[in-house]
Design a protein around this ligand. Sequence first.
Ligand code: AMP
Length: 215
Amino acid sequence: MNLILLGPPGAGKGTQARRLEESRGLVQLSTGDMLRALVAEGGPLGQQAKDIMAAGKLMPDSLMVEMIGERISKPDVSKGFILDGFPRTVAQATALDTMLSEKGLKLDHVIEMQVVDDILVDRITGRYTCAKCGKGYHDRFEQPKVQGVCDACGSTEFKRRADDKAETVSTRLEQYHQQTAPILPYYRDRGVLKSVDGMADIDEVTRQIEAVLAG
Ligand code: AMP
């Protein structure tokens, strides 16, 4: 089964994708994570990605399409994948269709996670993760049980994304509405789009997604 989780930054795509990895053995393909790995490696492309991400803008379509094209050619995606953060433009969506049909693959579901902008700003600006195991926390909504110690692995190191600052978040939301939201009618016309309430609690969102997958 191949899925797209679509929604604005902070909608919970990564959280739900990780749950689907565990429950269904699908592979999460997060273009944001791929780009952050590129930044960590250094090099000219990493530097370009770092600057564009810090500004809250989008990377060029050609590069993103190539990145995903290579990734979905690897054998580990044969059980199915969850695209998280791709496509982000109509050009990426059409290129994805071409790549999938060339590989004899299809999209089973496109799930839109709906969340209003005010909530997204609060969610994004307070979030951080354990530097060791990646468990997510939030300054106001989900602190570790023991202050400064990860509940899952006991690490005392945490990190925040460089682009989760309030100034950058408003540009990221603007980009979503201008560049990414036009993808919704594209998939609606193809009959694969379903929406879930991304403002519900995490377990309820998972239930709604499972209902779409079962339907
Ligand atoms: P994310 O982790 O999905 O929020 O992505 C973080 C940043 O990476 C975005 O704000 C963009 O700058 C860049 N990015 C990730 N995916 C894409 C994509 N499909 N197209 C263009 N830029 C992307």
